[in-house]
Design a protein around this ligand. Structure first.
Ligand code: NAP
Ligand code: GLV
Length: 329
């Protein structure tokens, strides 16, 4: 019997074909509706491999149901939706999609920063709504990005790539990271600071950490109050690194000037979300890595990782480094 692979979102047939040639593959029928939990549990009971997305909670119950499960390939670099400890205990390899999405996500991050600073969405809407009467000296005047101070929290692959873009804008770049990055300091001229100093000095604060127990609610009201009142906060990491109510209150109180958000505590958000009511917020539906080229590469990498595990080879991008295969059906 061929190994059974379950894919939790509808993906383009042409990309899934290499898997279908070797394995028995089933896909959830929608690309925009998550697979219901009961169906996921039923499918995982039969599966040798799962291709999941970040909206799927791959928790202890799912991993325990997967008696034959050997690999979960998550279509994201972030893996906060997966219980790694249980996966390792059960001999399930967890793979993600680093590197292939780094440039694309850095582009979106810098684009969101520019858009928020220069009020690009507001200006485009203003025009479409027929409000443009004449040239006006301070019409929709934003704030400059060039020659300002950028503070990057989480100086990993994407953080460094954002820093690279910022050098082209003659920005001073501060960073805060779990570990210091001497190579990045040399190469990009970035300066290591404490978190406290960064939030006080930066004009733009960009968060690019993973979501972990340590980074959860890292941005509290107290942190926003330490920022400059002209500061713009950009979050492309995960919504839960921010206390969203605190961010809302800081924006309303004028403690910071604006926010560009690609991620939210609970996704998707709905039109009545309080942050969407604020004119100085640019909100995007979690599209950091969403270019056709990059999403294609991410899917290909997931497929490659699944094939490697099922063929007894080393996967390219293993997350749980303590993983050891167990003998399964
Ligand atoms: P990465 O290379 O692992 O970078 C993450 C960085 O955060 C690392 O340098 C890490 O430090 C640092 N970090 C971890 N915990 C920290 C803490 N408590 N305090 C300060 N720094 C901490 O990952 P990446 O590829 O750049 O991706 C980063 C995150 O971006 C992902 O985990 C994901 O959540 C998010 N993301 C979002 C989108 C989107 O569509 N919005 C797209 C891609 C990624 P060390 O150097 O010590 O490990
Ligand atoms: C997207 O959010 C990712 O983690 O790849």
């Amino acid at each position: 019997m061929k190994p059974y692979i379950y894919i939790t979102r509808k993906l383009p047939d042409a990309l899934v074909k290499p898997l279908q040639e070797k394995y028995d593959v089933k896909m959830w029928k929608h690309d925009d509706i998550p697979v219901p939990r009961d169906i996921l549990i039923e499918e995982v009971k039969k599966a040798d491999a799962l291709l999941s997305v970040l909206a799927d909670s791959i928790d202890e119950a799912v991993l325990t149901a997967g008696k034959n499960l050997k690999v979960v390939a998550n279509l994201a670099v972030g893996y906060n939706n997966i219980d790694l400890k249980t996966a390792s205990l059960k001999g399930i390899a967890i793979c993600n999609t680093p590197d292939v999405l780094t440039d694309t996500t850095a582009d979106l991050t810098f684009g969101l920063l520019m858009t928020t600073a220069r009020r690009i969405v507001e200006a485009a809407e203003y025009l479409k709504e027929g409000k443009w009467q004449s040239w006006n000296p301070f019409l929709l005047a934003g704030t400059d990005v060039h020659h300002k101070t950028l503070g990057i929290v989480g100086m990993g692959r994407i953080g460094e790539t954002v820093a690279k873009r910022a050098t082209g804008f003659d920005m001073d770049i501060l960073y805060y990271n779990r570990t210091r990055k001497p190579d990045a300091e040399k190469k990009l001229g970035v300066i290591y600071t404490s978190f406290d100093e960064l939030v006080k000095k930066a004009d733009f604060i960009v968060c690019l950490t993973p979501l972990t127990a340590e980074t959860k609610n890292m941005f509290t009201r107290e942190v926003f109050q330490k920022m400059k009142s002209s500061a713009i906060f950009i979050n492309v990491a995960r919504g839960a690194v921010v206390d969203e109510q605190a961010l809302h209150d800081a924006l309303v109180a004028g403690e910071i000037a604006g926010a560009g958000l690609d991620v939210f505590q609970v996704e998707p958000i709905t039109v009545d979300h309080p942050l969407l009511k604020l004119p100085n917020v640019v909100a995007l539906p979690h599209i950091g890595s969403s270019s056709t080229e990059t999403r294609t590469s991410m899917i290909e990498l997931c497929i490659e990782n699944i094939s490697s595990i099922l063929e007894g080879k080393e996967p390219k991008t293993l997350v749980n480094k303590d993983w050891r295969p167990l003998v399964k059906g």
